[in-house]
Write a protein that binds this ligand. Sequence first.
Ligand code: NAD
Length: 509
Amino acid sequence: MPEGQKEGAAGAKPKSARAKSADGAGKSRYDFVEGDRYAPAPESSDHVSLRDSYQLFIGGEWVRAPRRIETINPATGEVLAEVGEAGPRMVDRAVAAARQAYEKTWSEMPGRERGKYLFRLARLIQERAREFAVVETMDGGKPIRESRDIDLPLVAAHFFYYAGWADKLDYAFPGRRARPLGVVGQVIPWNFPLLMAAWKLAPALACGNTVVLKPAETTPLTALKLAELIEEAGFPPGVVNVITGAGKTGQNLVRHPDVDKVAFTGSTAVGKLIQKDLAGTGRRFTLELGGKAANIIFDDAPVNQAVEGIVNGIFFNQGHVCCAGSRLFVQEGIADTVVRKLKRRMETLVLGDPLDKNTDVGAINSQEQLERIRVLVDSGREEGARCWQSGQKLPRKGFWFKPTIFTECAQSHGIVQKEIFGPVLAIQTFRTPEEAVEKANNTPYGLSGGVWTDKGSKIFKITSQIRAGVLWANTFNKFDPASPFGGYKESGIGREGGLQGLAPYVELR
Ligand code: NAD
């Protein structure tokens, strides 16, 4: 890091005004550092409808929770809105509403009718995609290019995909009869707030379950706006309930005795707590947890393409990605070339206003996450790995961290073993394919991985030896609703997406 530059949060005082991204003159209103390569191209937030205060969505009504929490824009520190914090009584009420909707309407409704609601919701999402993308970026800090071109299209695609399955469950499970499970409690993280909501809601609803969804405390807004669309789509009251709050609210939901199935996406630490909570209850659960993916570059790989894949693997969404390629293994003969090209590419990344369409690297989601990244990066330096950061200037307000790489890493280093969940890459070298596989598998996680080589046979050989749920070859971070996603080992239990994503939401008779 250049002298005098500090990563991080400048103590911007939250204001209770709603954030706007740009003035009419095309110049950011905030004090973002302007790059010298492109003129600012901020996406307007004038068209966004955001309330100052949101209630809980329970039984088709907006219910006020007495306790309130604020959600801020991590790029500016400004308060965007306040939302309710659901206590045990509100959790009870939401579960009861979901139970009633399950018994009275949703589970008995023919699949083709349920599918119509889901198709309607998917179309409404497409119509409002621009607005939702802006809110996702403001609440979470991710670049608008990503929310607009990746999150929102995938959200709509997920609802379309599972809408199609709603009346075809007999074909999904030939010779068996698929029955819904009942009330599902779903708890999601902050890195892909709306996409995680879609991954959870779409298959559960298609199968005839009703849902209580709890979004993460730092990014509740798109889930609440989704509840508005669910209302607009005319879903029967109680089929989907959205309650906001922090970990305690999530805990009350997953422990609720009338919840038949729990679907959780979040950290491995919390996943383990939930597994303990549910042990012996007979209730079903799926856990989508952390990761520490190996991205393996062989010396016959197309190097420039691989460098793009490395950048996408670790700097997409500031590295707040469970399947991020956070461990890089480069074959020794090309290691110097790859690292040199990677550094040069990192210098070209545009870091700043997440609402600017040029931005590649947005804000870190919260002060807490920024602290966690700093602690782990400091530990990497202390353990003897060599740290290099690109030279972008950091905005003065909000939470930021520079794209960072470590070389000279050992397998035992904390930065190699622990999920950092930030724009930080640990680089190691290998000589033989066997060594690459051994190092790649030396992790408690098993969510994803990538292999870069010119040889198709090597792709099949290596990917079959890596213990990870999702593996990409000569690409990275590609998602499709028809493709299952999930991990081995401490990365979780169960699959979401595709035909496999239906199975956790049905009982087969
Ligand atoms: P987190 O575990 O801290 O929180 C996730 C959610 O759980 C939040 O809504 C939180 O309020 C809630 N929660 C916290 N404590 C709880 C408890 N005791 N009982 C029930 N709910 C509780 O995770 P995070 O920091 O929000 O998200 C980052 C983590 O999510 C990373 O580890 C990442 O790898 C993981 N993740 C995994 C996937 C996947 O598909 N495998 C996808 C996205 C994120």
